[in-house]
Design a protein around this ligand. Structure first.
Ligand code: HXC
Length: 278
């Protein structure tokens, strides 16, 4: 992590960052970058053990940490998590809506409940968190960062549920930016590309498919969780004080080449899963 080489160590001192799904992956990477810059961090997720492990890493960076078990599909749990955060760390300055669910599935095999589950976690979960945090964000004139994806603006095979959810998130983000600007609340999305070592990439790509996908990325490599953390820090910082309603794509240029390489890899993964043969 080299964020402190570029931003002042105390940039987020006295600020509270609440991150849904903050126990792992990109969301934990975001949490660590804020922690390294002096922020207090609240993370929620479904498993206490994951949150506890993440809290150890965040405290090692000097952060005060609040953890709360809360499924973003449950408004009451989110409200309780945010009340606990306010009591322990102070009102929320930055909300990161990162909790997400994903799996590869052909649309014709996806059940209505499977589709709804991803909409509930990604889209409803992002609304629930924003709505639950509103009064605290109004108090701090804070900002919201949504975690979107390339699926929001380009079709990817076997991702119909995720596409609908992420496109919904980006449009919701723009509506909230429009309505809540008068409270000083900025809203933006980050659309990460393939990020190494994440649960998302494990679910969407085999090692073979990943190598192929990587070859098609203009920057020639996968991204890192720190690189997404750095984008989040920028968007939440005073450097982005006039940025609201934007989708910041951080994917090494992957979208410029389309989704064909991903689709070929996904097809192979589905065949392997069905036949057991590589
Ligand atoms: C088809 C599936 C399925 C699969 C679940 N379902 N997995 N359908 N193929 N592989 C269906 C189930 O059959 C069920 O429908 C419905 O979805 C709900 O499943 P549950 O297991 O009961 O849901 P739940 O326990 O709430 O778990 C949610 C989940 C799970 C999304 C299904 O995978 C999860 O908890 N994921 C969280 C972690 C995660 O996915 N991380 C990656 C995020 S990456 P029926 O009809 O049978 O009842 C990401 C990045 C995007 O989002 C972009 C990257 C570039």
């Amino acid at each position: 992590m080299n964020i402190t080489s570029y931003f002042s160590h105390g940039l987020f001192k006295g600020k509270t960052i609440f991150i849904t799904g903050g126990g792992s992956g990109i969301n934990l990477g975001i949490a660590k970058n804020f922690a390294a810059l002096g922020a207090s961090i609240a993370i929620c997720g479904r498993t206490q053990e994951k949150l506890d492990n993440a809290a150890v890493e965040l405290r090692a960076l000097g952060a005060k940490v609040c953890t709360a078990v809360a499924d973003v599909r449950e408004m009451a749990a989110l409200e309780a998590a945010m009340a606990k955060t306010k009591a322990e760390l102070g009102p929320i300055d930055v909300l990161v809506c990162g909790a997400a669910g994903n799996f590869l599935v052909p649309a014709e095999h996806l059940s209505a409940n499977g589709f709804r589950t991803v909409i509930d976690i990604d889209l409803m979960g992002s609304f629930n968190a924003s709505r639950a945090a509103f009064s605290q964000l109004q108090e701090t004139r804070g900002s919201i960062i949504f975690i979107s994806a390339g699926q929001a603006y380009m079709p990817y095979a076997y991702q119909v549920h995720v596409a609908a959810a992420k496109a919904g998130i980006d449009m919701m983000m723009k509506n909230l930016a429009l309505e809540w600007g008068k409270y000083g609340i900025r809203c933006n999305s980050i659309a990460p590309g393939p990020i190494e070592g994440t649960e998302g990439m494990k679910r969407l790509s085999s090692p073979d498919a990943l190598a192929q996908l990587q070859a098609g990325i203009p920057l020639g490599r996968l991204g890192t969780v720190d690189e997404i953390g750095q984008v989040a820090v920028f968007l939440a910082s005073p450097l982005a004080s006039y940025v609201s309603g934007s989708v910041l794509v951080a994917d090494g240029g992957q979208n410029l080449a389309g989704s064909a390489l991903f689709n070929i890899g996904a097809e192979k993964m589905m065949k392997t899963a069905a036949t057991g043969k590589k």
